[in-house]
Design a protein around this ligand. Structure first.
Ligand SMILES: *[C@@H]1O[C@H](CO)[C@@H](O)[C@H](O)[C@H]1NC(C)=O
Length: 284
């Protein structure tokens, strides 16, 4: 089901960006630049692994060489094992500037044996505050797991190992709440220190004796409309993510995650929004 607005956006995507559905093969040498951390970010092997480390002096990070307007983005991540309190690993999409759009996964570390918090957020036109947080149904430090963002004109979907954990729908027409749909984004990842607030509200500090803290990234697969090539972006068969939404099975799995593993939802935070939760939470 596509409204005129959606079709218009598809045309915009292909016409303005001359978008290309590009399947990155997942070679970090070709796909990303390590942008900060003075050697703490390292590409290993033949380019299929990337480690980001954090010590008292600095964290580290990388960004994709390409920018995308809509797409599907998968990253396998193995989080910092043991005592990771105060550390935050990220995987997110962002555009530039003060009115930027952003789609976030942040992984908040914890004391040994205590669970990670998987934090998600969506910014549009510089405004965020749309947090949902989750526990995982596995130990995210024991092995690689796939964290995905799907972004198209009508939906932003967050997945873990193919299971949808969050759906953020475009409610612009009904509510006037901006949805990210015009600013191309890069893929970013980072490891940084947030001991002031990340773990149990800052009560559990970082154990710097255990540094460096290392998160490992693998198999970045970014497929989206990029500047550079032509209309594949809007061609139905060419880019399935462009039209993807949750079918009834996926809706069911989303509900399973949300009722068993969601630990915070801004849309349910009536203490924070005494005048009523934001309009995109209740729009049909
Ligand atoms: C860390 O573990 C504690 C205790 O289980 C929990 O309350 C908290 O939400 C966990 N995560 C973070 C980021 O503090």
């Amino acid at each position: 089901m596509m409204g005129n607005g959606t079709i218009f956006q598809l045309i915009l995507c292909s016409a303005l960006l001359a978008g290309l559905a590009r399947a990155a093969a997942g070679n970090f040498y070709q796909d990303v630049d390590i942008t900060w951390g003075d050697g703490r970010g390292r590409i290993l092997g033949n380019g299929n692994l990337l480690t980001l480390s954090l010590d008292r002096a600095s964290g580290s990070g990388f960004q994709s060489k390409s920018q995308y307007l809509y797409g599907r983005f998968d990253m396998q991540i193995k989080l910092v094992p043991g005592n990771s309190a105060g550390t935050v690993a990220t995987f997110y999409l962002s555009s530039q500037g003060s009115a930027h759009d952003e789609i976030d996964f942040e992984f908040l570390g914890n004391a040994s044996g205590e669970p990670y918090t998987v934090h998600t957020n969506v910014y549009s036109q510089g405004k965020g505050g749309r947090e949902q947080q989750f526990r995982m149904w596995f130990d995210p430090t024991a092995d690689f797991h796939t964290y995905s963002v799907l972004w198209n004109p009508t939906h932003i979907l967050f997945y873990v190992d193919g299971t949808p954990i969050r759906e953020h729908r475009n409610r612009e027409t009904a509510t006037g709440v901006a949805f990210p749909r015009s600013q191309p984004m890069r893929v970013y990842a980072s490891m940084w220190d947030a001991e002031e607030w990340a773990t149990q509200g800052g009560r559990v500090r970082t154990d710097w004796a255990a540094a460096p803290f290392v998160a490992t990234y693998r198999a970045l697969a970014a497929t989206g409309c990029t500047s550079g090539d032509a209309a594949a972006c809007a061609r139905p068969g060419g880019s399935p993510w462009m039209y993807q939404e949750l079918d009834s099975t996926a809706q069911e799995r989303l509900r399973w995650v949300q009722s068993n593993y969601m630990i915070y939802n801004y849309c349910a935070d009536t203490w924070r929004f005494p005048q009523g939760v934001p309009p995109e939470c209740t729009a049909q």
